[in-house]
Design a protein around this ligand. Sequence first.
Ligand SMILES: *Cc1c(COP(=O)(O)O)cnc(C)c1O
Length: 344
Amino acid sequence: MIDLFSDTQTRPTPAMRRAIAEAEVGDEQLGEDPAVNALQDRVATLLGHEAGLFLPSGTMCNQIAIKVHTQPGDCILADRNSHVMRAEGGGPAFHSGVLIDPIPSPRGIFTPGDVLERIPVSPGPHVPPVTLLCVEQTHNYGGGSVWPLGPLRDVCDAARSRSLATHLDGARLLNASVASGVRAADFARCCDSAWIDLSKGLGCPVGAVLVGSSDFIRRARRYKHLFGGAMRQAGIVAAAGIHALDHHVDRLADDHAHARRLADGLAAIAGVTILNPDVPTNLVFIDLRGTGVAADGFVAAMKQRGVRMGLVGGMLRAVTHLDVSRDDIDRAVAIASEVIADLR
Ligand SMILES: *Cc1c(COP(=O)(O)O)cnc(C)c1O
């Protein structure tokens, strides 16, 4: 199977499995797991923040960050198609009791004006306090778009000028860094808190690391425990994260080149349109309407012939990652061309 469903589909490499097998471990809940502690310090340094916290998932990073930054009844700002808004089961309302004021934007990139116009100038008792801005780098449903550093800094400065906290959903922050040449820390330091996912492009089986000030992480650690995310010999999985940071960051450029190659190959099929034709990183969103072929039928027929793609947010998406080679891309394009010819 050529699995383009998501960059979450990677399997640990043999070398990563060796790192896992050799991990030094301890009781993570007590702060005694050396691999977890090393990973937390490593990611805090990488992202230019004081401290880090290893968590089971990126979703938990977002949910805990929102919990720390807000009080029930607050309003938070996030892009209309952000992961916190669309794909976390209503977590912000459930866990933190907050409203989201969704910001409409073409590709997940909005402006300081979009932020400022949502913050009441003189809030009375009847107005929910707006206390947090969330940004996503890269933006998933925006087609893997990358916030350039200047515009990211500008929206965060606008939020801060009105006393909002700022949080960066960096599930694919390292993709943004590799694609733009901007250091991950420069992006992450725009915000009070940030995180990276280990289980996407980095190719680990599990985990994510949230960073912020020491005080923020101290409070986040309480919610980690409260939400049931405090683990025991978690160094078994943290060791994979350390291995990935050593070996799987620079190679994200290959994923981006493969996504570009996939998009070019698919666009050459009559009637196929690429919705993010700039292909900024490793996500390709595909519109088949010009072929007359239905996306769900296409996905089913592709899967039968050994290529898996996904429908996310109602859109056909293909994602490149560690387990997809350049040859796989060429085969996937050839199979897509046959499938469309058959179904047309
Ligand atoms: C995948 C993803 C998440 C959630 O991460 P998990 O580790 O799957 O919980 C959050 N934000 C974005 C932008 C994502 O793509």
